[in-house]
Design a protein around this ligand. Structure first.
Ligand SMILES: [Zn+2]
Length: 228
């Protein structure tokens, strides 16, 4: 019963955990068989050992060539709902996949509460809610919130992981977004990454322009200006 965080040890859910002071025991990590999961699991074992760890039947088998796992967060919400009725998800304004938006929230709540109508057929009694406190905030804004609540950059870099490739490659979209969010808050963390993120910002800028990510484009431009 009660609040549970869908936790991955990624930057966003790491910050949500910190800001909302959610203890390890109220965190649910779902291992789906992806490469990132192994790295995330190392962080969890080391820093958040009381997190509840659930092994999924290898969802990665369904991954598309672009690494998207169709319906991924629907699976994760349904699993987290086996343990709590108020499911916190660290989706942010920049997230554009459909399984991270307000329509998704409403659909999942509809589905869960439909099941909750027959109490003897669910583990946790309803009503269920999917709570997305960061949905209107950018990564830069959640980092600002984290720092305001006495979170440290050192911990953010060591306790959370947000890299597609290996550990903090400094080249992938996820690393670059983390780097930019910290830079926008006045912290230059280029030395933390395996590769200098500045060298990959231009390519990222072109991609973001092409995809019409307005706010992100502005932030990348600012980062590039700061460097000069
Ligand atoms: Zn990376």
């Amino acid at each position: 019963m009660g609040k549970k965080l869908m936790f991955s040890a990624g930057m966003d859910s790491y910050i949500l955990k910190h800001v909302y002071k959610i203890p390890d025991r109220d965190c649910v990590f779902v291992h789906m068989g992806t490469k990132e999961n192994e790295i995330e699991l190392q962080k969890i074992n080391k820093y958040f050992p009381r997190t509840q760890i659930i092994y999924m039947p290898v969802l990665n088998d369904f991954a598309l060539p672009n690494y998207i796992i169709p319906f991924r967060n629907s699976f994760l919400v349904l699993i987290t709902a086996q343990f709590g009725n108020d499911i916190y998800c660290a989706f942010t304004a920049g997230d554009t996949t459909r399984d991270k938006d307000f329509v998704f929230k409403a659909q999942m709540e509809g589905l869960l509460n439909y099941f909750a109508g027959i109490p003897e057929k669910v583990n946790i009694s309803g009503p269920y809610t999917v709570t997305m406190p960061f949905k209107q905030l950018t990564k830069t804004e959640i980092v600002a919130l984290y720092l305001k609540r006495k979170g440290t950059v050192e911990h953010l870099l060591t306790h959370s992981v947000s890299c597609y490739e290996a550990i903090d490659c400094g080249k992938c979209r996820s690393c670059l977004r983390k780097f930019i969010a910290l830079k926008m808050n006045g912290y230059d963390t280029k030395n933390h990454f395996q590769n200098n993120p500045y060298l990959h910002l231009l390519e990222f800028l072109n991609e973001s322009r092409k995809k019409g990510r307005g706010k992100e484009v502005q932030e990348i431009e600012k980062c590039l200006d700061c460097r000069a």
